[in-house]
Design a protein. Structure first.
Lengths: 482, 482
């Protein structure tokens, strides 16, 4: 590990983050909401800290980054970004303690959307814009964005890209990495602009349209309203946001192919098909369950069921209905959606559909082998054989996911959470969802959680966003050996 | 599949089960409890049904059984055994509906210990003896017992043995199968006799001592008292039963080796060491959690914590304390114990310690590979490399276990159970534990569960007892192809 050397890259990213604070500063100038000074101080601290890291002595040229170094850079960068991103919340007075601000910031960048703010509408507009913006930056990946804009990072940047956008079956959009990063961000920006326009058309004001778009597209889930999307009580807005949550839950390379004319790609890609069928199937199951018990008309039941199922399975976390009041079956489905998650290569979290599919095929193969002991069968996805090392990596990921869920649930329970809250808060943070059940249900938030649990849950969010390996590797003693 | 041919074997097993009803019949004669007639009728129906299957036309000689056929025989036999074992409960009037009797019977044979009986002390002694006896028979395996006693089944019996006592890393006690079966049963009987004596010494009467032994050794958990072991309120009895639960949770081949003079084998065997350390570690964690909050002295806290942790992790399910009144941390531990389970080759259920260990090593290997991409590392247990196909089978098992847990939880929730009851009832039945949380908590039972859920949970118990593959294989369309 060439720590001195690599800290330069982290420095650049932090400077980059500091400059992103221009947007809330402009917002504060427009609305004169009184947060200007705290934002300027935050930006100053961030840019200066990044600059110190950058100009500190060390080799200047970065010609090669190993996989191990790439992971270390990304894991450390994201922790730093969480730290500096928290400054506006802390200095702006939106969060009472720094751990709260850090939790809120990490929840933003990782697109989780769990909040410790009890009165969101009492926070200034510029701070809320920052809160939305960090989700948008975190969704597609702040390092990917840097790669697109700062070409000198491109050298060795593949390792950074792979660590920040881990995908079990990597897509090659373009042979050149900076081109891939540009394509992803262009698609992301285009779809975001479409959502802003459609929300404006539905009567939402410009500020809220932008903020909600900034948190829909990364499947983040922060809202500018205390009662989340339920505030608008508009079927049009519900369905617009629903559609964009679904789009955000689809692999972005498919969007690119779609835009290039492959119109049936959503159906031809087996993961996307599985994801869409899952959304439809679970929506129907929940609709019939809550129809007659919670809602009187099938239309209403469908509207709330579809929104809530899609909001959780895409790991967005917006709310239009209190699912803790729903029957047991619907609650079980909502809880399970927290684990499934969206597609690989999307902005969603969770285990990801492709891994669930591979695990299912893995089990089928085992059963097949018992019936035909002498046969050799392979696991296929989209017609291609999944190589052995990818299969092992996926099964290892799923096992680690469950193991971390279990161990962290025990840990937060030891800090005083009840069983349901412990299990669902960890599931929610690890899957980058937002709400859970019990004390962290859709009508509550994470304010009342003990400080220790907030630190641990922040770490869970990072684990979930960077897909475990990038973060967990830092805990391996082997990693630190020369 | 040579169905005609194989039904003979099932016939023999059913006849065998019928003759086991001699014991409750003798008990009924001794206590004159009025259940004699219903027991005689049950025995008659069972023996005659078995005989009809046996004498039906078909080839007489059974010279070879394939793995596939072995699994089919065991899965079908266990279902039949559940059916015929239910007759005394149904005809004796202990269960109002046949599904209740079937649930109770399967819960017995699979050593689950979940009950639908609300007033156990109101049931006749002979029926309760049957209820305990079927746990004892199911614990070591009724087919294994048949193999030990009926040598003509030995031909091709290896496939039956492997299907009934599935073990990720099979132990070879003796090159001859019937000898292995005899050794296992002799060890089982010896330890059982020791427990009866120790319980008698503690002041429990002979009948209760025998019944509780018959349900401790198979990690079953049926009691003859409404309040389970809490009824005796005796530290001596608690600790005696605790020790025998631990013994029952250890691989029986280790007991055999211990008896042959290998005194340190419990510590040398890595799974056994893991299991014992887990029991100690979790007991201490729970003790400190409930000390001061539920119990005033550390001694009391340790007594109840150790009993309950061991009762659940060995999948016995006895109760001395209502763990639903414990703090969240202890509840989370109890719930997780339901999944961990005891050692492979023991009478306990759950995922089994060895599989948890292998999964952990599997994940470690993946992380190691990320750090040293060009290295080749293997998973080892007890110093031996775990072969690839065993590793795949274990990872497949764990994934299937979780998948079945998830799907069955959804299904029972759809039948009207609330979320906590749905998840924990399935976890409890799949792990062959006994109690769960919520409506199936330690102070409640399964009586109020809808009929559909009782059928499904009975199937879960069979899945758990036969370690999934043996049962799930029957659902594969591939299995039924010529």
């Amino acid at each position: 590990m060439r720590c001195r050397h690599l800290s330069k890259i982290i420095g650049i990213l932090i400077i980059f983050l500091g400059f992103a604070m221009i947007f809330p500063i402009l917002c504060s100038l427009v609305y004169k909401d009184g947060s200007l000074l705290s934002l300027l101080i935050s930006m100053g601290i961030t840019v200066v800290s990044g600059a110190v890291l950058y100009i500190a002595p060390g080799e200047a040229s970065i010609d090669y980054i190993s996989q191990k170094e790439g992971m270390a850079i990304v894991a450390v960068s994201w922790t730093c970004i969480g730290f500096f991103g928290a400054l506006p919340f802390y200095l702006g007075g939106a969060c009472p303690a720094f751990v709260d601000a850090f939790f809120e910031s990490v929840s933003g960048f990782t697109t989780t959307g769990s909040s410790i703010m009890t009165d969101i509408e009492g926070i200034t507009k510029s701070i809320l814009l920052w809160r939305s913006l960090i989700q948008w930056l975190g969704g597609m990946g702040i390092i990917v964005l840097s790669l697109a804009i700062l070409p000198f990072l491109g050298v060795g940047g593949m390792q950074l890209f792979k660590a920040e956008v881990p995908s079990p079956v990597p897509d090659k959009l373009s042979p050149r990495l900076t081109d891939s990063a540009k394509i992803l961000w262009l698609v992301y920006i285009s779809i975001s602009m479409a959502e802003v326009l459609l929300l404006l058309f539905g009567g939402m004001d410009l500020y809220d349209s932008i903020c909600h778009t900034l948190t829909t597209m990364p499947t983040g889930g922060f809202s500018t309203k205390n009662s989340s999307i339920a505030h608008y009580d508009s079927a049009y807005i519900d369905y617009v946001i629903l559609i964009f949550m679904v789009l955000a839950g689809i692999n972005f390379s498919l969007h690119y192919q779609m835009l290039r004319g492959k119109t049936l790609i959503f159906w031809r890609d087996s993961e996307c098909r599985f994801f869409l069928l899952l959304c439809i199937g679970l929506t129907l199951a929940v609709s019939f369950d809550i129809y007659g018990t919670v809602y009187d008309t099938l239309g209403e039941a469908f509207r709330y069921a579809s929104f809530q199922v899609v909001s959780i399975i895409t790991t967005t976390g917006y709310g239009t209905s209190d699912y803790e009041q729903w029957p047991g079956f619907s609650q079980v489905i909502i809880f399970l959606c927290m684990f499934i998650g969206a597609s690989a290569g999307s902005t969603g979290g969770g285990m990801k559909c492709v891994r669930i599919m591979v695990a299912f095929k893995y089990c089928s193969r085992e059963v097949f082998t018992l019936i035909h002991p002498s046969s050799v069968s392979q696991v296929k996805m989209n017609g291609n054989v999944v190589p052995g090392h990818v299969l092992r990596s996926i099964m290892g990921f799923l096992t680690l996911y469950v193991a971390i869920f279990v161990i962290c649930s025990m840990a937060v329970a030891a800090m005083g959470l009840d069983m349901v809250t412990a299990f669902t808060s960890v599931a929610s943070c690890l899957g980058n969802i937002g709400p859970g059940f019990g004390d962290v249900g859709p009508t509550e938030n994470f304010a009342s959680i003990p400080y220790g649990a907030k630190w641990l849950l922040s770490w869970c969010m990072l684990l979930g966003r960077l897909e475990i390996y990038t973060v967990i590797i830092l805990l391996a003693p082997e990693f630190w050996k020369k």
